[in-house]
Design a protein. Structure first.
Ligand SMILES: Cc1cc2nc3c(=O)[nH]c(=O)nc-3n(C[C@H](O)[C@H](O)[C@H](O)COP(=O)(O)OP(=O)(O)OC[C@H]3O[C@@H](n4cnc5c(N)ncnc54)[C@H](O)[C@@H]3O)c2cc1C
Ligand code: FES
Ligand code: FES
Lengths: 782, 499
């Protein structure tokens, strides 16, 4: 039966809300004008206090071994050098890890990866510091490093215990299934390549306190780690960040070390100290998206419907735990993507290798788990001669088939099938499928491929306590508003979205809301800006704060004008009470004169979520965000080069807070995901050295890689959970829309010989694609 | 002190924000980006990589050409401060005036072209040069080419490209155009024929104005580093932290950048930039035009030179294999002695060229293709735009009817130098385009000509297969007379496809 012929379920929408002045409007980024004129200030642009010193990192020349001797005489003697810092200079703990105590700021004994920080040079200029840092004589007792998944498996070393969850008896169900397939997929890592590299500026204050400007997604953690390293109370440290030049997860835990090093230098020299990593050092010294080998087995019925699925995710975590627990857990949570698996076992190993510690990257492990199941469903479809799209439809969560492998019910089962069918139509999938078949039959060199893949992504931190946020709102006596919250701005438009919410709450022009830099001094104990949760959490906290102030102002107006409180309306920069109205600023002034508090700290925590990791069950997510993409590619089967020629995307942001910002997240996320699966290749050599450590060798997409025919639309939907204005989070899910590109490339290569499985791993570099093409022709590369 | 010319200038000077700036005291290896950010404290221009690849540091340099001020984008991170001598230096802070955004800035805001904003200053500057110089109507492809050297990790580029198309809808009309007479007069006012020498005999930035002055100066300081566009040397400074103390910049040497496009031959002066040489190379053959379109980025092509690409001797440089296949001759000069040699003989071993101390590359010349000549060249890299070749293959085949009478075959990325393939060439002679089976010995001979290496760009196995397949592709295209069945980019116009 063709799934296409089923009638579309309707998507329920709430009764239409009153038109809003700011929320839902496609307002430009709050800093857009400053971006285009060069006036937006990043940390390296802050005018340095007089006497500022510069810090550079001295690195390990080896990937594994013992540090026998560190001779720094030549470093100290180099021109401009003021101080050299080693582990012995750290007053507190030599640990910059987020949780597990296994990330030394400076390696003192054991060397764990190539480039690891051994010492820091503090000099009068950055150039002097960088040059001096190369002059150390480092003696090591060198051991052969573990670099690959296989190396780590052989040694049997992990950074964290193995973990699995599931349901039923997948192994025996697969054994008894009419159709059985198994295989292994390698999925590459990814460098964040935020355009602004890691940077921090630390300014020493009184009695050992310190103010740190850090390009971080997690100011609270920077604060805590600086305090830990310097052995001072948290309250002595303030961490501040106005904006980052990109983060993508790479500044969630891994901005900390550079901030802490700058702070240590500031403490010891008594002078402001700045540390900005060179791009190549940034590549070598900071973690990346985890790469995996995933071994899978699947059993289906004769139509391709999954009966049982087993997968073991072998994650290369690098030398320490960092955030690998959450990352690999999320890989597991997304191993089902959008598909119901009656009997299922999802296993994982968090392997230790002598490479930089892998970390958060937009999607936080989810993309890897999802790519595997998409790859597997392609194999299933081809094995039974069906269109992969129909096999996908047959396996989607549906009423009665709606419980995930971790025991959470998927309450919103109707959105995705409807969204996919809508995309199938608007992208003309079936017609193009036929056209491509005909084209390929007559084209020996160029082969085309097509794929339509869905995304279902769980929203909330899986570490439950992180699902909290604070905001601080002041209304001043002239009616201008100071807005602050725990979320950080890295380009995703969070500051603007929260400002839209606050301006809406007060009924004032958005220009009256002054967005201010995130700082631990105003809102404490915050979560990182991550897990796509920034707007959900901070938008709510800010709305709660603004709402509390507005209610106090309304009460005052009600009392003044003798009307009931609920008849006071804030609109068009004015406050209406009965027949009276006055300017918002005028009311603010009256409130101050009448001693009404115009400042409020808002606090929000996500409801409903639970997660029992030991039992492997709960509701780790408040809701799911959905989307789907249809990609078409053309492959040159003589060279492995390819072009992505057309992409259609339909994505669910609930009821969007700002459609322009959301479209930007979708397009940007898709292109970033496309880079991950195509040209972005991290090559480590046998000595554990990263060979692609610069944009000259590590190739992220450029403008011409973006399909000329690129159609992106928001799917009309609402969030059935009570999120901020019923919107849905949008930061991470679009990354996984790019799975369609990988599947389309596989589809194109398959045209060479539809009887063979396509041995294509990610990233599908031209070399990987040509290797697959040659395999289809029955010969090895070379 | 005299550097050889008649007059001597001990400072560089350039136009900046309407004023002439003179700098006398600077380290020869000072980069323009550091001058802007650290000395001038114009921090709008960003550093994203310090190696010419991300474009965050893009600024525009205006110079008078054919009586008109022409703006080109450059990567300030790998451009020496001294290289801006004689130019109008425009950075991102300069575009808006009196609170009014420049049309490209306004379009970027309107189309949501920035997210984190860190790439934005560079993008705005690239688009500014597009806005000023691009032929109308501006196409999506033209915008993509303009942006090949600007990485953005946030937006996915679509809104930026839309902004560019919108801003370039009409003819250019900005305040710089309105002021162009003044700018031209200012630039002509500081243009002189003086040799520049800043520093002393142990540490200097020199820019001789004539070939004789260059020859004399280089003979006196054979240990000096010649700098043409600095797109290679810049990285030695920012990444290699090389202690380059004596710099001789070739950019002021009169006539060294001359391009002579004669009916029989094309001669390109060493300091002709890739941008300047693009059209005449493209006129040799459309594949050369496509190669140049994909060479680096607009920024790299605006600075980088033909002579620098050859002199650098990289095994993965793009021009050498193409020019070797075309049969180019290289001319070198030392003191008063000028000599010429076939280009392939210049490359002796890995990074070792047949160039004596004090000798410099003068020009390269190549004969045009004759009636029966066919040419193909292909660049294969991980990414189409702004990437270094994994393999670059170039083929010049003389055809008599449907048979190959003689062949010149050269590859980049396949050996320690750009290299000809003598065995393969021999096996191609006499081969019929109509008999693909007769091509096999030539494919097999590639194994005798090349033993490529594994590295982070490609494995040896990939290089071997691609080398073979590129030759197969060239032959297949010549046999069928079409390129639409074999190419994803750089399809040749139908006329040439018929050969
Ligand atoms: C982002 C980026 C992308 C690039 N992409 C490509 C690409 O696609 N293809 C490619 O082939 N290359 C590429 N390159 C490399 C580089 O741009 C070219 O090799 C360029 O042509 C070098 O020219 P230049 O004038 O900048 O050389 P410079 O850096 O000035 O000099 C290079 C070397 O040549 C010497 N030299 C220069 N001129 C002379 C002369 N007249 N006589 C003797 N010696 C001389 C110098 O001393 C130095 O050793 C790229 C570089 C960058 C940074
Ligand atoms: S900083 Fe990246 S190109 Fe200059
Ligand atoms: S807007 Fe962030 S890199 Fe372009």
């Amino acid at each position: 039966m063709n799934e296409m012929s089923k009638p579309l379920p309707a998507t329920p929408l709430p009764p239409d809300e009153a038109p809003l002045r700011h929320v839902r409007q496609p307002l430009p980024h709050d800093s857009a004008k400053r971006h285009v004129t060069g006036l937006a200030q990043y940390i390296d642009d802050i005018r340095e206090p007089e006497g500022t010193l510069h810090v550079a990192i001295g690195q390990s020349p080896r990937a594994r071994g013992r540090l026998v001797a560190l001779d720094l005489d030549a470093v100290r003697a180099a021109p401009g050098v003021v101080r050299v810092l080693t582990a012995a200079d750290i007053p507190g703990k030599n640990d910059v890890s987020p949780a597990f105590g296994d990330d030394p700021m400076f390696a003192a004994d054991e060397i764990s990866f190539h480039g690891q920080a051994l010492f820091a040079v503090v000099a009068t200029t950055r150039d002097a510091a960088r040059r001096a840092a190369t002059l150390a004589r480092v003696e090591t007792l060198h051991e052969a490093p573990r670099v690959t998944v296989e190396d780590a498996l052989e040694r049997g070393e992990s950074v964290l215990p193995d973990y699995s969850f599931g349901r039923g008896d997948a192994a025996s169900v697969i054994a008894g299934a009419p159709v059985r397939l198994e295989g292994s997929l390698r999925v590459g890592g990814q460098e964040h390549f935020y355009l602004e590299g890691q940077v921090a500026l630390a300014i020493p204050g009184e009695e050992g306190d310190v103010h740190v400007y850090s390009s971080t997604q997690h100011p609270t953690e920077v604060q805590h780690v600086v305090a830990r390293v310097l052995d001072i109370p948290d309250a002595f440290v303030t961490c501040e960040v106005r904006r980052m030049g990109g983060g993508f997860g790479g500044k969630e835990s891994q901005a900390t070390q550079w901030a802490a090093t700058a702070a240590l230098a500031a403490r010891i020299t008594g002078r402001p100290c700045k540390l900005r990593l060179d791009r190549d050092d940034d590549f070598k010294l900071t973690g990346k998206r985890h790469d995996f080998r995933s071994d899978w087995r699947i059993g289906t019925d004769e139509t391709g419907r999954i009966l049982g699925y087993e997968v073991d995710h072998l994650a290369r975590c690098g030398y320490s735990a960092d955030l690998s627990n959450g990352v690999v857990d999320r890989t597991m949570f997304h191993s089902d993507n959008a598909y119901f698996m009656p009997d299922v076992r999802i296993g994982s190993k968090r392997l230790k290798t002598n490479t930089v510690s892998n970390t958060a990257f937009r999607g936080f492990g989810g993309p890897q788990g999802m790519l595997v199941i998409e790859h597997v469903l392609d194999q299933v479809a081809w094995a039974m001669g069906r269109d992969p799209l129909d096999v996908r439809y047959a396996n989607l969560y549906a009423p009665g088939r709606d419980v995930t492998p971790y025991g959470m019910s998927v309450e919103e089962t109707d959105t995705l099938p409807a969204l996919m069918r809508s995309l199938e139509r608007s992208s003309d999938y079936r017609t193009r499928r036929e056209a491509i078949r005909a084209f390929n039959a007559g084209s020996p060199v160029i082969k085309r491929g097509l794929a339509l893949t869905p995304v279902k992504f769980g929203i909330s931190f899986t570490l439950t306590h992180l699902n909290q946020a604070g905001a601080l709102v002041h209304v001043y006596q002239d009616g201008s508003v100071h807005l602050n919250h725990g979320g950080t701005e890295m380009g995703q438009g969070l500051y603007l979205k929260v400002a839209q919410v606050v301006a809406e709450e007060f009924g004032i022009a958005i220009e009256r809301v002054r967005i201010t830099a995130t700082t631990t001094a105003k809102v404490p104990n915050t979560a990182p800006t991550a897990a796509s949760s920034g707007t959900d959490l901070n938008g709510m906290a800010a709305r709660i704060a603004a709402g509390a102030i507005r209610r106090r102002m309304a009460a005052h107006a009600a009392e003044t004008f003798g009307v009931p409180e609920d008849e006071v309306v804030f609109r068009d920069d004015r406050v209406f009470a009965g027949n009276e109205s006055l300017d918002f600023g005028e009311l603010a002034k009256r409130c101050v004169q009448s001693r009404v508090q115009l400042s409020e700290a808002g606090f929000y925590k996500t409801p409903k979520i639970t997660w029992d990791r030991a039992k492997g069950t709960g509701r780790p997510f408040l809701y799911f965000a959905y989307g789907a993409a249809c990609a078409e590619v053309a492959v040159d089967t003589l060279t492995g080069e390819y072009r992505v020629t057309r992409v259609d995307i339909l994505h669910d942001c609930g009821r969007s807070l700002n459609p322009a910002i959301d479209i930007g997240q979708i397009e940007g996320g898709f292109v970033q995901g496309m880079g991950w699966l195509t040209t972005e290749e991290l090559v480590f050599d046998g000595e554990g050295r990263l060979r692609t450590h610069a944009p000259s060798t590590y190739k992220i997409p450029v403008a011409s890689d973006v399909p000329a025919d690129f159609r992106v639309a928001l799917y009309p939907n609402t969030n059935r959970e009570e999120t901020i204005y019923r919107s849905k989070a949008v930061g991470e899910p679009p990354i996984m829309l790019a799975n369609s590109v990988f599947c389309a490339l596989t589809d194109a290569v398959r045209a060479l010989d539809p009887t063979r499985p396509v041995p294509l791993d990610a990233p599908a570099t031209p070399e990987a694609v040509l290797r697959a093409c040659e395999a289809m022709r029955g010969r090895p590369l070379g | 002190m005299r550097a050889g010319g008649d007059i001597m200038r001990q400072a560089i000077r350039f136009r900046r924000r309407g004023r002439i700036v003179e700098v006398r005291d600077f380290s020869p290896r000072t980069l323009l980006l550091d001058y802007l950010r650290l000395t001038e404290r114009s921090v709008g221009t960003k550093e994203g990589c310090a190696e010419g690849d991300c474009g965050a540091c893009t600024v525009a340099l205006g110079r008078v050409r054919d009586g008109r001020v022409v703006y080109e984008p450059v990567n300030a991170c790998i451009l020496l401060l001294g290289q801006v001598d004689g130019a109008d230096v425009v950075s991102v802070e300069d575009l808006a005036a009196d609170g009014v955004l420049h049309p490209v800035q306004a379009a970027m805001v309107e189309h949501h072209g920035s997210q984190c904003g860190f790439c934005t200053p560079g993008i705005v500057m690239s688009l500014y040069t597009l806005y000023r110089e691009a032929e109308r109507p501006v196409t999506r492809e033209a915008v993509n080419d303009c942006l090949a050297g600007n990485l953005c990790r946030c937006t996915g580029y679509r809104p930026i490209v839309d902004a560019a198309l919108a801003a370039c809808e009409g003819p250019p009309a900005d305040r710089f155009l309105a002021e162009s007479e003044t700018i031209r007069a200012d630039l002509e006012g500081i243009a002189d024929g003086a040799d520049i020498f800043v520093g002393d005999d142990t540490r200097f930035f020199a820019a001789p104005a004539s070939e004789d002055a260059l020859a004399a100066l280089y003979a006196r300081h054979p240990d000096a580093t010649l700098v043409a566009g600095c797109t290679d040397v810049g990285l030695w400074i920012t990444k290699g932290m090389a202690a380059i103390d004596k710099v001789i910049w070739l950019g002021r040497v009169a006539g060294l950048d001359a391009i002579e496009a004669g009916p029989e031959a094309l001669t390109i002066g060493a300091t002709a930039t890739h941008s300047a040489a693009h059209a005449s190379l493209g006129a040799l053959d459309p594949d050369m035009g496509e190669l140049m379109r994909r060479f680096g980025s607009v920024q790299v092509r605006a600075s980088g030179t033909v002579g620098g690409n050859i002199a650098n001797g990289s095994p993965i440089g793009d021009l050498a294999p193409a020019l070797i296949a075309l049969g180019a001759a290289l001319e070198l000069r030392k003191g008063d002695r000028v000599r010429a040699l076939p280009l392939e003989e210049f490359f002796l071993a890995y990074r070792k060229q047949d160039r004596e101390p004090g000798e410099f590359v003068r020009r390269v010349s190549v004969n045009r293709l004759g009636a029966g000549d066919a040419f193909r060249c292909f660049k294969v890299s991980k990414r189409f735009d702004e990437d270094i070749s994994a393999v670059m293959g170039a083929f010049r085949l003389a055809l008599v009817g449907r048979r190959i009478a003689s062949a010149r075959v050269a590859y980049g990325g396949m050996a320690a130098t750009p290299k000809r393939a003598p065995e393969t060439e021999a096996m191609l002679v006499g081969v019929s385009l109509d008999d693909p089976a007769s091509w096999e010995p030539a494919f097999a001979a590639l194994a005798a000509d090349f033993q490529p290496l594994d590295d982070h760009r490609a494995s040896a196995a990939y290089r071997r297969t691609v080398a073979r397949n590129l030759l197969a592709k060239a032959l297949h295209e010549l046999a069928t007379g079409r390129t639409d069945e074999t190419r994803l980019v750089g399809e040749r116009p139908a006329l040439q496809a018929a050969e």
